[in-house]
Design a protein around this ligand. Structure first.
Ligand SMILES: Nc1nc2c(c(=O)[nH]1)N[C@H]1C(S)=C(S)[C@@H](COP(=O)(O)OP(=O)(O)OC[C@H]3O[C@@H](n4cnc5c(N)ncnc54)[C@H](O)[C@@H]3O)O[C@H]1N2
Ligand code: MOO
Length: 632
């Protein structure tokens, strides 16, 4: 294949080539050491071992409120033979142990009468005494070099008499946004303009990694201007992130600019997203040419920038915990690339289930919604549904265990419910993924979700969902009505083509946008066509498929299509017109034994609330007359 990239190497080889280039260019191995007060050191990395200057406690001290005694004076004390002490001293927790005493008795175990103390149990020497150095001994090694300081670490240092720490200064990351179409946040946008969201994200990623971040002005697509910005940034930073222009377009200059101003070590890594990444050096500063697509940019930071930044501080790179999970659906992957797939996670039965999110490098919300990342290695051609995979966690496992997993047809009411449940209780997550009604029922059958959202019409009986539950699932499943909703033709504002009914869809020159096979809306269209004896082949655009109501509305809104079947709420979201065709029920299918699952109780409660019904009906095109009713 004719690759536009200089190299197209596996990630490990890219790391090696870049490391060699940095060494050859004389890039510093570490950032400089600075001395900072302990109070400002959290998050920094120690540049030297830290030795204790004093012991803690610095003296033998009382561990409890009570009396200091000589243990030998208590010998023989018992319930039936109390001992009366006259030689003792009252102490509070943390007080130095008075000279001559070697144990402390808690005040609860002492009966005081005047100058005497009665005790009913003997105590061993050093009972409730914290000896000098119990916590830290003077001259002990407290922390090694290369340790990222946490709140507990600096407190221990302070207790050990350390007032200042030698740490690596925060690495400085310079971020250069480029592109004629890129506009600063807050700018008024013309068609074709793109907001500079990558600088915002990369600067925050750098700060989260403990660095200082400087974002430069946006540089136009001009090699001389980019070169000048790159040289200036390299002079004042420990790492430069040069955004976009990494691939093969007419205005993609990054690789050339890096080669011209310094050394180009790598252009193209067998990783997706992030494939066209550029790695090199300018003067004595490492440079990453970060691909412009936002997911590529975020992952490029994680995969290439973060390890180098950690190395500059002499610290171990941050690692995410991982877990094994089972794929909720088939995951194809091209051979020859490490494929970084974003997944949602939830526990169904005794396994963690991973549902792949959209794969596009421009779909930043796939990272927003992701609970984990899984890598399909370059030598593997994907996984079958149910396969066991290793997933890096972006969210805690306990949170994942509490997540309700809904897979199936998408409906806005599920999103509204997810948000209402979270508002009530921040511990609750309802995660819904859209694979169409049929896909949801199959996932439920295979134990890959708790709920399947379905609005599948059976053409033979005219009944919704129940015939499919019978055919696909059999006994042991319950069906709860979520809503009734209006389905209709989503058309441009003012309905310029004056479409009034399904029969109009065969009109010459019309551009229809369909839903994917297995989607309930697709079944509804097919049913309506069959009822009328219409042939799908007569509808221009029937073969063009989108995966959600909103995607259909977006296609109509952008003028790429004239009509598509979908729900009123989607038409409203885009300010489009709507021609009603049918009202249909949308149901939640689940295992009967899941009805009693604690995680679902808040949902059943929500579905019974009139306040929630009002919110749903306010979306338009929904009726809650049967919401929450069990129909099977
Ligand atoms: N013919 C080929 N085209 C592309 C290839 C390829 O191999 N052959 N690779 C694709 C891949 S993979 C990626 S990833 C992108 C990388 O794009 P570039 O780094 O060259 O960046 P641009 O083309 O300038 O922009 C891509 C995309 O990102 C948006 N962008 C750019 N900067 C920002 C920013 N600061 N904030 C938000 N969004 C930004 C830009 O507007 C574009 O939409 O190339 C593919 N093409
Ligand atoms: O590799 Mo690009 O980064 O797929 O999107």
């Amino acid at each position: 294949m004719n690759s536009p990239f200089v190299s197209d190497v596996p990630a490990a080889a890219a790391h090696t080539a870049w490391r060699e280039a940095r060494a050859a260019a004389g890039c510093p191995a570490r950032v400089a050491t600075v001395r900072v007060p302990v109070g400002e050191a959290v998050g920094r990395v120690t540049a030297e071992p830290v030795w204790a200057k004093r012991s803690a406690p610095a003296f033998d001290s009382s561990g409890m409120d009570g009396i200091a005694v000589r243990a030998q004076d208590t010998v023989g004390a018992a319930e039936t033979t109390p001992v009366l002490l006259t030689d003792f001293e009252v102490v509070d927790t943390g007080d130095p142990l008075p000279a001559g005493y070697d144990a402390v008795i808690m005040r609860e175990h002492v009966h005081r009468t005047g100058e005497q103390a009665e005790i009913r149990a003997a105590v061993p020497p050093y009972q409730h005494v914290r000896s000098i150095g119990e916590d830290i001994s003077a001259a002990e090694l407290l922390l090694p070099e290369g340790h990222r300081l946490r709140p507990v670490d600096v407190a221990a240092c302070a207790a050990a008499g350390v007032v200042e720490l030698a740490v690596r200064r925060a690495p400085v990351v310079a971020i250069i946004p480029t592109g004629d179409e890129i506009r600063p946040l807050g700018a008024t946008l013309e068609p074709g303009d793109i907001l500079d969201t990558n600088s915002l994200m990369l600067a925050a990623q750098a700060r989260e990694a403990g660095c200082a971040a400087d974002v430069t002005e946006i540089v136009r697509d001009d090699p001389d201007a980019i070169t000048a910005a790159l040289r200036a940034a390299a002079a004042g930073a420990d790492l430069v992130l040069l955004i976009a222009g990494s691939s093969a377009g007419r205005d993609d200059y990054t690789a050339r600019v890096v080669a011209g101003a310094g050394t180009l070590a790598v252009h193209g890594v067998a990783v997706r997203p992030g494939h066209p990444v550029v790695l090199g050096t300018v003067d004595r500063t490492p440079v990453v040419g970060v691909p412009g697509y936002p997911v590529s940019a975020a992952l490029t930071f994680d995969i290439f920038a973060a390890p180098v930044l950690a190395e500059l501080e002499g610290a171990a790179p941050r690692e995410r915990p991982s877990t094994t999970a089972h794929l909720a659906r088939k995951l194809p992957s091209a051979i020859g690339m490490d494929d970084w797939v974003r997944v949602r996670l939830g526990r169904v039965g005794d396994r963690v289930v991973a549902t792949p999110l959209p794969r596009g490098a421009g779909v930043l919300t796939s990272l927003v919604r992701a609970d984990g990342l899984l890598v399909v290695p370059s030598g593997v051609e994907g996984h079958h549904a149910g396969a066991e995979v290793r997933v890096e966690l972006l969210r805690g496992l306990a949170e994942i265990d509490r997540t309700v997993v809904a897979i199936g047809s998408h409906d806005l009411v599920l999103d509204l419910a997810a948000s209402a449940l979270r508002a009530d209780n921040p511990l609750i997550t309802l995660a819904s993924s859209n694979v169409g009604s049929l896909g949801g029922l199959v996932a439920l059958r295979d134990g890959l979700c708790h709920l399947a959202g379905s609005h599948l019409l059976d053409p033979a009986t005219g009944e919704y969902t129940l015939p499919y539950v019978d055919k696909l699932l059999g006994d042991g499943f319950a069906v709860i009505r979520l809503v009734h909703r209006d389905q209709g033709l989503i058309v441009a504002p003012g309905n310029p083509l004056e479409l009034a009914k399904i029969d109009d869809l065969t009109r010459q020159g019309l551009r229809y946008v369909n839903r994917q096979r297995g989607a309930g809306t697709r079944a509804l269209l097919d049913h309506e066509l069959a009822r009328r004896g219409m042939d799908p082949a007569d509808i221009p655009g029937y073969a063009r498929e989108e995966h959600t109501h909103l995607a259909v509305a977006a296609a109509v809104s952008s003028g790429r299509a004239d009509a598509g079947l979908g729900i009123l709420a989607a038409a409203r979201a885009f300010g489009l017109d709507f021609v009603p065709v049918a009202q249909e029920p949308y149901d939640l299918v689940l295992r009967t034994d899941s009805l009693a699952d604690d995680r679902l109780a808040p949902l059943w409660d929500l579905l019974g609330r009139t306040g929630f019904h009002d919110e749903v009906e306010a979306l338009g095109g929904y009726s809650c007359a049967e919401t929450g009713r069990r129909i099977r």
